[in-house]
Design a protein around this ligand. Structure first.
Ligand SMILES: Cc1cc2nc3c(=O)[nH]c(=O)nc-3n(C[C@H](O)[C@H](O)[C@H](O)COP(=O)(O)O)c2cc1C
Length: 158
């Protein structure tokens, strides 16, 4: 019988898929917060849909579920420090403290991001130890700069 695929190799294989780095933010009655994410993509052009995968234990997930809305902030190369903050387990309520942001459709959009989108939560789909959130795009915007990248378990720039 063939051996089961090794989870470490799985990490390494998909770690070779170079991505950008985003912070998914949300705010509502359940509080405000956000998490660093790279498991996201555009899903549909008609209608405009985007997809984000949340680990089931991510504290941002119940905030998104309650608010029914989230923002995707694509980080610029000079925002690596923010990627660290939003990847941490700092109390959720403190993550946005001191992070310049404004509200777009009531969702925190981080100043200086390379690009952003606000989405209405359309569907949550179970996917193993993650939950796939499909969002219907409300608004979009472009910032300035170069992207922050994630490859092989490390941050990179172009
Ligand atoms: C580059 C990078 C990409 C990540 N991508 C994801 C992701 O797509 N989905 C996810 O649930 N967690 C991802 N994480 C881990 C979360 O950022 C981390 O678990 C965070 O503490 C979650 O915050 P929260 O519990 O406040 O929601 C990523 C971390 C890093 C550093």
């Amino acid at each position: 019988m063939a051996a089961a695929p090794d989870p470490e190799l799985f990490r390494e294989v998909f770690g070779r898929f170079a991505t950008g780095v985003a912070v998914i933010t949300s705010a509502g009655a359940a509080g405000a917060g956000g998490m660093t994410a790279n498991a996201l993509c555009s899903l549909s052009l008609d209608p405009l849909l985007a997809l984000v995968c949340f680990e089931n234990r991510a504290r941002t997930l119940p905030i998104v579920r309650e608010a029914g809305r989230f923002a995707v902030n694509l980080l610029a190369a000079d925002q690596e420090r923010l990627a660290g903050v939003f990847a941490s387990k700092l109390p959720e309520s403190e993550k946005l403290d001191g992070v310049p942001h404004r509200l777009e459709h009531d969702m925190p959009v981080i100043e200086g991001s390379l690009a952003w989108a606000t989405c209405d939560l359309r569907e949550l789909i179970a996917g193993g130890d993650h939950t796939i959130a499909i969002g219907s795009v409300l608004a979009l915007g472009l910032g300035e700069g170069e992207p922050l990248l994630w490859y092989g378990g490390h941050y990179h720039t172009l």
